[in-house]
Design a protein around this ligand. Structure first.
Ligand SMILES: O=C(O)CCC(=O)C(=O)O
Length: 322
């Protein structure tokens, strides 16, 4: 996770690692946007009210879905995904909880609307901006193993500061480590494949990815590609703005504005935070949160705190605007 590790909890304005920036620079950057106007800070009182609204089912939202699907069988969105399992029907409390969402969802957003309402102000889930069906097809378990099974990938521990790195063949990762998160594990005992991509080796895949088309002035998009098991995720951290698209699976996001440092332990997994910390949070102290479905893209503005939880075995790709 060097690319991500490098930007986690990074000083304001720092960019993703040079390798990631360099590798992504040919990816068809979007038209630049103006910088955040007039020093206005994201995270208004209105945003705080929005956070409070409907957050009551939060812990159950992801944990419930995990209870339904995290016990060993990962579910992948719609067709057979990297998990190799067909999707099962979700219903009952887990489904209702998963649908609770305090992040806006916008279909076919224009560039002007993105600038006016979100780019510098608040997260948004984007629908219908790009068609990554070809990329998605290339990310099935079978296709990824056929193309990259023997490649060595670099895993990072899933703690806020990502200290430890482990290199192993991609096939070994998929067959031995791509399992549901053990709720008792600490972040530094959990290996996560995200970022640290060798852009030369993975170029044949990444060239089929269409990133969200809205850029920011003076930034260069940099990809971080990941695959991880149900219940895994990254604990709270922050860095520059970016996008995260779910290719297979579902990913729950928890977000706080820059001025609101979350209560979290940097070596506890998001799953442990959800179990131990989240339920005790007063409604006004809860994060913005939502489950991002396959094909959707979450945008997070500069310096927003965020943590993630994969509700299924998931394939995902972030585009950092560093
Ligand atoms: O996708 C994830 O699990 C981590 C994403 C993330 O933290 C990021 O894009 O900064």
């Amino acid at each position: 996770m060097a690319a991500v590790g490098a930007v986690r909890a990074a000083p304001p304005g720092s960019a993703p690692s040079g390798r990631a920036v360099e590798a992504a620079s040919g990816s068809g950057a979007a038209p630049p946007l103006p910088r955040r106007p007039g020093g206005r800070r994201p995270g208004s009182r209105r945003a705080a009210r929005r956070r409070a609204h409907g957050a009551g089912a939060a812990a159950a939202a992801a944990a419930g879905a995990l209870r339904a699907g995290g016990s060993g069988s990962a579910r992948a969105g719609g067709r057979r995904g990297v998990s190799g399992c067909a999707r099962r029907r979700r219903d009952g409390p887990a489904a209702a909880e998963e649908e609770r969402c305090t992040v806006e969802r916008r279909a076919d957003l224009t560039y002007a609307e993105f600038v006016r309402h979100y780019a510098f102000f608040r997260p948004v889930i984007l629908q219908g901006l790009t068609d990554n069906s070809k990329f998605r097809a290339l990310c099935s378990r079978e296709r990824l193993l056929a193309s990259f099974g023997e490649r060595v990938v670099r895993l990072s521990t899933a703690n806020t500061y990502s200290y430890r790195k482990v290199d192993l063949p991609f096939q070994e990762y998929v067959e031995q480590l791509l399992h549901p998160q053990d709720p008792a594990s600490l972040g530094n005992d959990t290996l996560y494949f995200f970022g640290d991509n060798n852009f030369t080796e993975w170029a044949s895949l990444f060239r089929h990815y269409s990133p969200p088309p809205f850029g920011l002035l003076d930034t260069t998009p940099a990809y971080s590609f990941g695959i991880a098991g149900a219940g895994s995720g990254v604990p709270f951290h922050w860095h520059g703005p970016g996008y995260s698209e779910v290719i297979y699976g579902r990913k729950r996001w928890f977000l706080y504005p820059p001025e609101k440092t979350p209560e979290f332990h940097p070596n506890k997994t998001t799953l442990a935070w959800l179990r131990d910390t989240y339920p005790a949070l007063a409604p006004h102290a809860r994060p913005l949160e939502c489950t991002v479905q396959a094909g959707e893209v979450l945008y997070f503005p500069d310096r927003w705190w965020h943590a993630t939880l994969n509700l299924d075995t998931s394939v995902f790709i972030s585009t950092f605007l560093g």
